[in-house]
Design a protein around this ligand. Structure first.
Ligand SMILES: Cc1ncc(COP(=O)(O)O)c(C=O)c1O
Length: 399
């Protein structure tokens, strides 16, 4: 018997993330990377965090900062989240909030909460790779959720008689990997579909604050609240994150949902890690209160200009037959290559010949389709580098 024979069946579906493996290669000098969907570290509110950690470790709060704490999360931060959710159209109370270690932990817990082996999870085709990884551990089937631009505006293609649909997962604002936004009609249609299927909706708001143009569209949970009157009647679970706005390294995110959902997630958190690091929550709370409202407009300006630079460069340097999305926010542009071009082959050639990196799109499809797609991130390079990288990529594609 080999070591692996002892592993549970769920591990057979766990694969090393292509993105993480790739990120390991990117330390080489001279690489222009459009691969990781990560914030620019030069934009972190580092001074604010330095002051916040010092104050958390000061005589008045050090005992609390360094001690065990409650699983629900640091109460002042949960209060900040209640106010923030109100600002984006979602009325909820403290008991509707759980602080998690990044929204990734929330996705894992939600997989654990809803999915028995063989149940169906509806996801976009493509969708966030980390969500597929989180849900995969609970051995679901994935079915394709289509929103926008089709007959019913939201539908899925489950084979009759297969596992119960437990939830639809989506990132309605500036999705990873496509950068696309679900319009108001699509969000309403999704709620209709969820009511019809009697399933939950997992709304991933990781990029929600990073809109560079166009009008904000109410979150799915806000629309459901408008229909049903109270969060306790809602089936949508909202996952938020400070990773793309303040700092991913501190690992602080949150979940907003009806109380029975939060209570069950609290039990999971107690079993998994008791609570997220208190000192990190205190620091996030202090920095969010002091500067969230000024920091976000700055991020929007900087990332918006980078998005524009990448769109301009694509228009200038891409050969005929290449298509791409025009996101209104977030960190990604999704590129469809000319027929017959393999994104993974292109990456190998681009790394080797012009030192440009990106993520081949196939990894974002539950069924391994999407061979002719790639994801480009514009968040972590300045405009001149973006232009140069896209010029080089155009050369490789033409070669
Ligand atoms: C759509 C989406 N959701 C969730 C996450 C996880 O973020 P975190 O756990 O840092 O909050 C990411 C990270 O890239 C993401 O792109």
């Amino acid at each position: 018997m080999s070591t692996k024979d002892l592993f549970a069946t769920r591990t057979s579906r766990m694969k090393a993330s292509e993105i993480r493996e790739l990120l390991k290669l990117l330390d080489q000098p001279g690489i222009i990377s459009f691969a990781g969907g990560i914030p620019d570290p030069a934009l972190f509110p580092a001074e604010g965090f330095s002051a916040a950690f010092q104050s958390a470790l000061g005589p008045e709060s050090q005992a609390q900062a360094l001690q065990y704490s409650v699983s629900e999360g640091y109460a002042p931060l949960r209060e900040w989240v209640v106010d923030h959710m109100r600002e984006i159209g979602i009325e909820c109370g403290l008991d509707n909030i759980l602080i998690t270690s990044g929204s990734q932990q929330a996705l894992d817990y939600l997989g654990k909460l809803y999915l028995s082996p063989g149940d169906t999870a509806l996801v976009g085709w493509p969708t966030y790779l980390g969500a597929l990884a989180a849900f995969n551990a609970y051995e679901p089937r994935f079915d394709r959720l289509s929103i926008n631009g089709n007959r019913r505006a939201a539908e899925y293609n489950a084979a009759a008689g297969e596992g119960a649909v437990k939830f639809a997962y989506l990132s309605p604002d500036f999705a990873n990997p496509t950068g696309e936004t679900v319009d108001l009609r699509g969000r309403e249609a999704l709620l209709d579909l969820a009511d019809e299927l009697n399933c939950a909706v997992i709304e991933d708001g990781a990029y929600q604050a990073l809109r560079y143009d166009g009008e904000a569209i109410p979150p799915v949970l806000a629309l459901e609240l408008a229909r049903k009157g109270a969060i306790e009647a809602c089936r949508t679970v909202y996952c938020g994150s400070f990773s793309k706005t303040l700092s991913p390294g501190l690992r602080v995110g949150w979940v907003v949902a009806a109380k029975p959902v939060i209570s069950q997630l609290v039990l999971m958190k107690q079993a998994a890690d008791l609570h997220s690091a208190t000192i990190n929550q205190m620091a996030i709370d202090q920095v969010a209160r002091a500067s969230f409202d000024t920091h976000i407009p700055m991020l929007r300006r900087v990332y918006g200009a980078r998005r524009d630079a990448m769109l301009d460069a694509l228009a200038t340097y891409m050969p005929d037959g290449v298509e791409w999305t025009k996101p209104e926010g977030g960190m990604f542009i999704w590129v469809t290559l000319p027929k017959g071009t393999d994104g993974a082959d292109l990456l190998a050639r681009a790394l080797d010949s012009v030192k440009v990196a990106f993520v081949p799109g196939q990894a974002f499809f539950p069924d391994g389709s999407g061979v002719d797609t790639i994801r480009l991130s514009f968040s972590n390079s300045d405009e001149a580098t973006i232009r140069e990288g896209i010029r080089r990529l155009g050369d490789v594609l033409r070669a």
